[in-house]
Design a protein around this ligand. Structure first.
Ligand code: NAI
Length: 222
């Protein structure tokens, strides 16, 4: 299917569709109407149709979407039908928590290596992966077909580590460091700031704001 330029807002909603459809598939649901998907996900049916129309509509006919087909198609659009190898830089609390999270593998994200500048951590195992010294990072990336680097280090070191990553030709950085990274076009950066989400929660507590049409009732699986 020919894919046109899709807005980041639509792309941002695809993982949630993918997650709900995966749950429906696991429950043995074969077809679902946009109305039923709408009430399940608390998104309007017209939003769903508009989103799906970006990809040709996924062939809804009369009585709804084929769940497995839709799940597979959205997975393919998200690139989840292929494997991504990732490394984690920073073997502290956050890096270890991410390294220990098995569900990434279910989605095709394979944890290959971990690096830290602290020599005391070198050799420590996180699942089946040993922490390596930073000096070995570039060579490891090149030899192991690594396309994603996860940055779980303080902001002080993040910019220079990102520059080193860029020189290796890495495809993407999943950045948890609290600093904006300036990388050349063609390298994807996804910044994650958990505290942003908490601050939003705080705002809504303060005002008793309804969470609106898109509450995340998922089970937190990624
Ligand atoms: P931590 O102190 O437990 O671990 C940090 C690790 O990074 C240490 O092992 C340290 O040796 C290593 N490190 C520091 N500079 C490095 C460098 N230049 N190269 C290689 N390794 C280096 O800290 P924690 O709790 O794991 O958090 C890591 C960072 O992530 C913190 O800076 C924190 O602010 C940030 N963070 C971000 C969150 C987010 O939502 N974006 C959530 C939690 C933490």
């Amino acid at each position: 299917m020919e894919e046109k330029e899709i807005s980041q807002a639509v792309i941002g909603r695809l993982p949630r569709y993918f997650r709900y459809l995966g749950e429906l598939k696991d429950q043995g649901v074969e077809r679902i109407s946009s109305q039923d998907l709408s009430s399940l996900m608390k998104v309007t049916a017209s939003q769903i149709r508009q989103d799906f129309n970006n990809f040709g509509g996924f062939g809804q006919q009369g009585y709804g979407y084929n769940v497995e087909y839709l799940y597979n198609e959205i997975g393919r659009i998200l690139g989840l039908d292929r494997q991504h190898n990732f490394i984690i830089i920073g073997a502290g609390n956050l890096g270890r928590a991410l390294g220990n999270y098995l569900n990434f593998e279910r989605r095709g994200f394979i944890f290959r290596g971990m690096f830290d500048k602290n020599p005391d951590l070198v050799g420590m195992k996180v699942r089946n992966v040993s922490v390596m010294p930073m000096e070995e990072m570039e060579e490891f990336i090149r030899r192991n077909d690594i396309d994603i680097a996860v940055l779980t280090i303080p902001k002080a070191g993040a910019v220079s580590v990102a520059e080193r990553l860029v020189r290796t030709g890495i495809r993407a950085i999943w950045n948890f460091a609290h600093v904006d990274l300036n990388v050349p076009a063609g390298i994807q950066v996804e910044n994650v700031h958990l505290s942003d989400s908490l601050m939003k929660l705080s705002y809504n507590i303060l005002r008793g704001t309804e969470s609106g049409m898109e509450p995340d009732k998922g089970n937190g699986e990624t």
